[in-house]
Design a protein around this ligand. Structure first.
Ligand code: HEC
Ligand code: HEC
Length: 334
């Protein structure tokens, strides 16, 4: 999937650095968080007045949901003006997808959904009526989320203010406009299932893998795509000339020459928490957005686990300097 964005809210929030200057604006996360913070405080106060432990448990679940929501980058697609009423159009060679309203509005949003409905959407890519979602909604990554994280997401989403904004119909070419065809895409390309703990690796590596693959969806941008936009597993995180908005996305495997193999763990951790590269330059654009809405919100332990996992990736030599110069589109090679 190749998505593109126009001049939306994140442009202002994420005015990026040019060259080696620091970002001009502090990165901020939208208001709902504060609203939820308020809910949390209120519930804690209520608990102080000896209301049941159930309320406290639900406040904790909401808080966990907020964390998962940020780590999974839901906001980067679904945030509209002031709510989750659908935001950034996703421009692909097959048409334009408009992320829908996912506020708890009963008619226009997901207000009638049960927790199971949300779990089915994330795990299986199916709506409550059993229809297939387009993979522009990255359920191919989210399918690996734990059930507990999905439950927390549901609790958090239901705390947003309702918006009556009508979701926009996707502008997709026939015959792909026929949802029935998505099942053919799914067959062989999409395997639903939760992330599996690899006992041969450390807990830190496993946590990093979970953050990168189930929540962080780093590979949405950093892995080149082959036929019909399917990410190429043999080039996992090895970079591409034709990422979202047509931008070049660097190789972040451990290759010393074409990837980030020369970065130390500390340098990678600093990058994920500030956007500063080892050469003192700051990253920009899409990556700054990912850092601001997802990576910088992680706890130190989680961010270090993510850095640990990325640094341990096997090196793949993928010389984008050469590929992107000599070809308009690296997918011709693939
Ligand atoms: C890359 C952009 C993108 C990201 C990131 C994203 N979504 Fe979506 N989402 C979409 C698109 C596009 C659709 C519509 C899919 C379709 O119509 O087939 C969608 C659909 C949905 C739906 C179905 C709504 C309905 O009315 O049927 C839900 C619920 C949802 N997303 C929740 C989430 C959550 C929760 C996250 C974070 C864990 C998330 N999305 C992250 C793009 C995105
Ligand atoms: C929305 C697309 C997108 C996503 C998602 C994304 N990245 Fe990036 N990333 C980029 C782009 C574009 C650049 C290049 C930015 C620049 O040139 O300043 C980049 C740069 C980087 C770099 C710096 C590499 C270098 O050589 O300078 C690292 C490290 C990195 N990303 C790690 C990650 C990790 C880890 C994740 C998952 C948590 C991730 N990215 C998710 C688009 C993305």
């Amino acid at each position: 999937m190749i998505f593109s964005c126009g001049s939306f809210w994140w442009r202002e929030l994420f005015v990026s650095s040019e060259g080696c200057r620091k970002p001009r604006h502090a990165i901020q996360f939208p208001d709902a968080v504060r609203a939820v913070g308020g809910v949390h405080v209120l519930l804690v106060l209520l608990a102080g007045l000896s209301v049941t432990g159930e309320l406290l448990a639900s406040a904790e679940l909401v808080e966990q949901g907020r964390y998962v929501f940020q780590a999974a980058g839901c906001v980067s697609c679904h945030r509209g003006d002031r709510s989750l009423a659908g935001g950034r159009p996703i421009v692909t060679p097959y048409g334009i997808f408009y992320p829908p309203n996912i506020t708890p509005h009963r008619e226009r949003g997901i207000g009638r959904w049960s927790e199971e409905d949300l779990i089915r959407a994330l795990r299986m890519g199916l709506d409550p009526g059993g229809r297939h979602y387009y993979p522009a909604f990255p359920y191919t990554s989210y399918t690996r989320m734990t059930r507990q994280d999905m439950r927390a997401l549901y609790a958090y989403l239901m705390t947003w203010s309702k918006s009556s904004r009508q979701s926009q119909v996707h502008d997709v070419q026939w015959p792909l406009s026929l949802r029935g065809l998505i099942i053919h895409w799914k067959q062989g390309r999409f395997t639903p299932g939760v992330a599996v703990f690899d006992p041969a690796r450390s807990p830190e590596w496993n946590r990093g893998a979970y953050l990168a693959t189930a929540l962080g969806h780093c590979s949405e941008c950093h892995t080149p795509r082959g036929f019909l936009g399917t990410p190429r597993s043999d080039r996992y995180l090895a970079g591409t000339c034709s990422g979202p908005e047509g931008v070049r996305v660097p190789n972040i495997t451990a290759d010393e020459e074409t990837g980030i193999g020369r970065w130390t763990r500390e340098e990678l951790d600093r990058f994920l928490s500030t956007g500063e590269r080892p050469d003192g330059c700051y990253t920009s654009g899409l990556m700054m957005e990912v850092l601001g809405t997802a990576c910088m919100q992680l706890t130190n332990d989680d961010r270090q686990a993510l850095a640990f996992y990325i640094a341990a990736l096997s090196a793949i030599h993928n010389n984008l300097d050469f590929l992107c110069e000599s070809l308009e589109d690296d997918e011709f090679l693939e």
